[in-house]
Design a protein around this ligand. Structure first.
Ligand SMILES: Cc1ncc(COP(=O)(O)O)c(C=O)c1O
Length: 380
């Protein structure tokens, strides 16, 4: 039987950890209650949700009553951005040029439907923004990704938050890629709102959370019954919330050791590939980056062509393909890479199951594909 491809796409999603499945199972079977109900079953479900709130709060150094459960990163960003906009005194927001669509689109909605002005901070060659580029004048909102989903660059949210607060606004950060991979402490972050996506930290898809600093008021996006203090009404997704709590506890236990282990493997992957593919470009920064993320590019080659030739590796390219036309990621262009390099991008994102042997095999397979493609081109 052929070996399964090596999964190097943990920034797209992670598998649900076995411990998480185990924690969820009772809430999918015998503990089926509605947490809002005063029945015995309802109280059991409430206990599960409350415990998960404590587990998640503990991972980020927050208070449990600052956690609002949602359906994931997209909803958390919408709630943060639209909810904060609805209480803002000034219709002006600052963001970065390199944001996930789950931030770009709510901001576009504010601009197109509510007359907001949106300022975009540039990024440097490592994909980082700086508070020195903050525009002058009052702000209603700041929203900058904590760790970039493609490049992995970690942003100086504390500096930005201070500048946004001085300008009178609330600061949101999209922590979907960061929480569970690097230490995140809301006290150090200095932001007011932090988005979390369960499926990036070994919890199921379709669950997430928004941390809202105590004392901060935002408006709900959904209205209905009063669950989650009315900020996110709707009967709770109990089993998945319990899963997110268990995943948070697991992440806290393993954060330091896994970050170190994965960063070591990631560097091994880079060195192996760099040796075998001399013109390989590293797009991800080597410091101040998610420990599991390596974005590289083979100039003059399509990332998609490379992956098509590498059946042993299951990973993402850094470009979009619509009807056969490849478009380079705007994130790489904003960092100053040419379209030729940007089109050759490959995102290799490691996870808990990635072993040293996987790195060796993946590097060899990718190098073989790149060198074969180059040789074919030369002889064409
Ligand atoms: C940075 C970032 N924000 C938000 C999201 C969206 O999260 P979800 O898929 O849970 O809606 C993702 C997922 O790809 C992401 O990487």
């Amino acid at each position: 039987m052929p070996e399964a491809p090596i999964y190097l796409d943990h920034n797209a999603t992670t598998p649900v950890a076995p411990e998480v499945v185990e924690a969820m199972w009772p809430y999918l079977t015998e503990r089926f209650g509605n947490p809002s109900s005063a029945t015995v079953q309802g109280r059991l479900a409430r206990v599960g949700v409350d415990r998960a709130r404590e587990q998640l709060a503990s991972l980020i150094g927050a208070r449990p009553d600052e956690i609002v459960f949602t359906s994931g990163g997209t909803e958390s960003n919408n709630l943060a951005i639209r909810g904060a906009a609805s209480v803002a005194a000034v219709k002006r927001a600052v963001t970065s040029v390199n944001e996930h669509p789950a931030t770009v689109q709510p901001l576009a909605h504010l601009r197109n439907s509510h007359g907001w002005e949106i300022d975009e901070l540039p990024v440097d060659a490592e994909g980082r923004v700086t508070a020195a580029d903050m525009p002058a004048g009052d702000l209603g909102l700041g929203t900058v990704i904590l760790a970039h989903n493609e490049v992995g660059a970690v942003q100086p949210i504390d500096d930005l938050a201070e500048a946004v607060r001085t300008a009178g606004g609330l600061m949101h950060t999209d922590g979907a890629q960061a929480v569970g991979k690097i230490p995140v402490s809301v006290a150090e972050l200095g932001a007011d709102l932090l988005s979390i996506a369960g499926h990036k930290l070994y919890a199921p898809k379709g669950v997430g959370a928004l941390w809202i600093r105590r004392g901060i008021r935002i408006d709900p996006v959904l209205v209905g019954a009063g669950q989650e203090r009315g900020i996110r009404p709707g009967t709770e997704n109990v089993a998945s919330i319990v899963g997110l709590g268990a995943a948070a506890e697991l992440a806290a236990e393993r954060l330091t050791s896994e970050a170190e282990r994965q960063a070591g493997l990631r560097e091994d992957l880079w060195h192996r590939m760099r040796t075998a593919i001399p013109d390989l470009v590293r797009i991800s920064p080597s410091a101040g980056c998610l420990p599991n993320t390596l974005m590289v590019a083979v100039p003059s080659m399509l990332g998609a062509d490379l992956l098509e030739r590498t059946e042993e590796v299951d990973a993402s390219t850094g470009s979009a393909c619509h009807s056969g036309v490849h478009t380079p990621s705007s994130a790489f262009l904003a960092m100053g890479f040419t379209p030729d390099v940007a089109l050759g991008a490959l995102r290799l994102s490691l996870g808990r199951s990635t072993a040293a042997a996987d790195i060796e095999r993946a590097a060899a397979a990718l190098a073989h594909a790149a060198n074969t493609l180059a040789a074919e081109r030369e002889h064409a």
